[in-house]
Design a protein around this ligand. Structure first.
Ligand SMILES: N[C@@H](CCC(=O)N[C@@H](CS)C(=O)NCC(=O)O)C(=O)O
Length: 215
């Protein structure tokens, strides 16, 4: 059985979404990031970076970094509907989309939510947040343009992990008004939210986001 470290209110939920897509079983191990448990010696022995999620496989292999965990699960369990296999003509488009979402969009989002961890003080934080908000919108606009040209999903008619990843992050930027500004992107996300295996998990994510916004 897999052991998934994370829980409310963290992106381990995105890994749970991949588990749900594949009908995979796992045991959830709550790590209380509110009290800094992710920096405890016990957890650092699992993930030296000191953050969640982390995954321990049934064989005892430890994985961390959400995109790596998700790709691992999809490939190990043959979830080819999520990740095109090598040789599939759509793999190139998938790799570009997934790297942009996890390397560019996600990092801009991190600066947007936690600007204080990127600067030297509150004044820096305000400037960093303003810049990050613009960068998030720029990245969403790029994705929207691609989906307008070749959607409705990143791979055209075919749903993939790239769409799941996009939809996951878009729930946290309502104030950027993606539905009004980025209609192709919003349409893609709506199709993901409607997937029966994901709907309850996205409901949970929206609830966490609401609690985060209300402090
Ligand atoms: N690059 C990592 C980032 C993980 C990350 O930032 N996790 C957050 C929760 S969503 C966390 O553990 N934050 C607590 C901390 O950084 O101390 C990934 O994508 O898995």
């Amino acid at each position: 059985m897999y052991r998934l470290y994370g829980g409310k209110p963290t992106r381990s939920l995105m890994v749970e979404m991949v588990m749900a897509e594949g009908g995979l079983d796992y045991e959830e191990c709550f790590v209380d990031i509110g009290s800094g448990e992710e920096k405890s010696a016990e957890f650092l022995a699992i993930n030296p970076a000191g953050w969640v999620p982390a995954l321990i496989t049934p064989e005892g292999e430890v994985l961390y970094e959400t995109p790596a965990i998700n790709l691992y699960l999809a490939e190990r369990h043959g979830l080819t509907q999520l990740v095109p296999v090598p040789g599939d003509p759509l793999r190139a488009r998938f790799l570009c989309a997934h790297a942009y979402l996890t390397g560019e969009l996600e990092h801009a989002l991190k600066r947007y939510w936690y600007p204080e961890t990127f600067g030297a003080g509150d004044t820096d934080a305000d400037a960093i947040r303003t810049t990050a908000r613009r960068q998030v919108a720029e990245r969403l606009a790029v994705i929207d343009g691609r989906l307008r040209a070749r959607g409705p999903y990143h791979l055209g008619e075919r749903y993939s992990l790239a769409d799941l990843t996009l939809a996951y992050w878009v729930t946290s930027v309502e104030e950027i008004e993606p539905e009004r500004r980025f209609p192709a992107l919003a349409r893609c996300c709506e199709a993901v939210y409607a997937r029966p295996c994901l709907a309850p998990l996205f409901a949970r994510l929206r609830e966490w986001n609401r609690e985060f916004r209300e402090g």
